[in-house]
Write a protein that binds this ligand. Sequence first.
Ligand code: F0G
Length: 481
Amino acid sequence: MSKVSFYRGQQLPLEMHKVRIIQKLTLLPIEERLEAMKTAGYNTFLLENKDVFLDMLTDSGVNAMSQNQQAAMLMADDAYAGSATYTRLHDKLKDIFGMDYFLPAHQGRACENIIAEVLVGDGQIVPMNYHFTTTKQHITYRGGEVIELIEEAGLEVTSSEKFKGNIDIAALRETVGKDPANVAFVRMEAGTNLIGGQPFSLKNLQEAYAVCQEFEVPMVLDASLLADNLHFIKVREDEYADASIREITAEIARNCDILYFSARKLGFGRGGGICIRDEEMYKRMRGFVPMFEGFLTYGGMSVREMEAITIGLEETMDEDMINQGPQFIEYMVEEMDRRNIPVITPAGGLGAHINAMKFCDHIPQEEYPAGALAAALYIASGVRGMERGTMSEQRDDNGVEPLADMELVRLAMPRRVFTLSQVNYAIDRIDWLYQNREMIGGLEWAEEPEILRFFYGRLVPKGDWAEKLVAKFREDFEDSL
Ligand code: F0G
């Protein structure tokens, strides 16, 4: 179904589902939110969910399930080996992606662990459109190097380019062609996470795969954010306007050798898996599933989740089921843009992304503008977003901190979870914060872990800007929460 038009011409997304189970939320007064932020070391990952009003940290493992998914969970077949649940999931994946082999794993990064273990050798390179944090970690941990070949538009904050996740084909050809034996694999990420959930076009994937085939290098597709990318191919790539989501999915799968996914995103559940076309490759990877994950027919997943994923994958083939996320995100991005709040355009999948480099252009990158803005936003609203900038980078062997290409605050839109008035509340508070942006100050580390520091590192504000922000909020909102 395409968009519904309103009589008075409003541009509003319309949910094609109704809510039948709810979870009560609490909105703490701002004074208590400040205390909660302090306790969390100004790191939104360390907030307790009970203190959060709208949890826009991630879309991972927090998507609403359908009644059919929940019903299927009751029919799970609990068996260590040979579970019928596994067969149902495997059959569904074969049906959708057309690949013969499947290895289950407990989540996306577990798939990355197995793929990197088998394919990445010391000194090898992995060209890709753009990295994801855990993917890069698994590759560099094995002595490999990530080479990012995103097209120029991908790193432009505001753009009218429809497929900012596209890889630069000429650069890919040159990089792979130089020494194909030194290329562990090429990786394409659907709905490119760290640059704002931006999609690749199907044409771009086809061209990238042709390069892989020419030089006999495996193509690995990270399909974690495939649902959003499917939506964008359907609505933005003219050639596929009349194709069904199922047909687009099949064509995507024909253009890679290995496809892995986090089922915390794809399939509205919690788990992961690797689909493999080639038997030989399957056999090379297979042994690591019982070693790292669990037996081959569950791979660390609960059978109940596997049933839910099987249904969730089928629902992903339904446009009405995958449209809601991108349409709500588009609404949020356009509303913020209308208020001159700097956001990544065009809207991508996964969430709305605020350009903190511009929002907080008075904060030097070394003081983490995106981290500071995420903390300030929680204090001002109880909305929890995620820093996606320099804090999410890692120091090199000499302790030098690379400055991120972009400083973003990501406001993820868990699929089918929030209502439009909740989204409007978030926009309102961001608007207030933008009018008061000069008050936001920088952050510095109090405790900086060596690996994936953004997950559990602790910071402190430079100065007392957070207290001043609370005082200004009280002036403007009096007795509002
Ligand atoms: N690949 C992509 C593109 C991802 O976005 C993620 C997770 C993973 C792999 C890893 O999957 O979490 O199941 O182990 N992204 C989450 C996020 C964590 O919040 O963006 P996982």
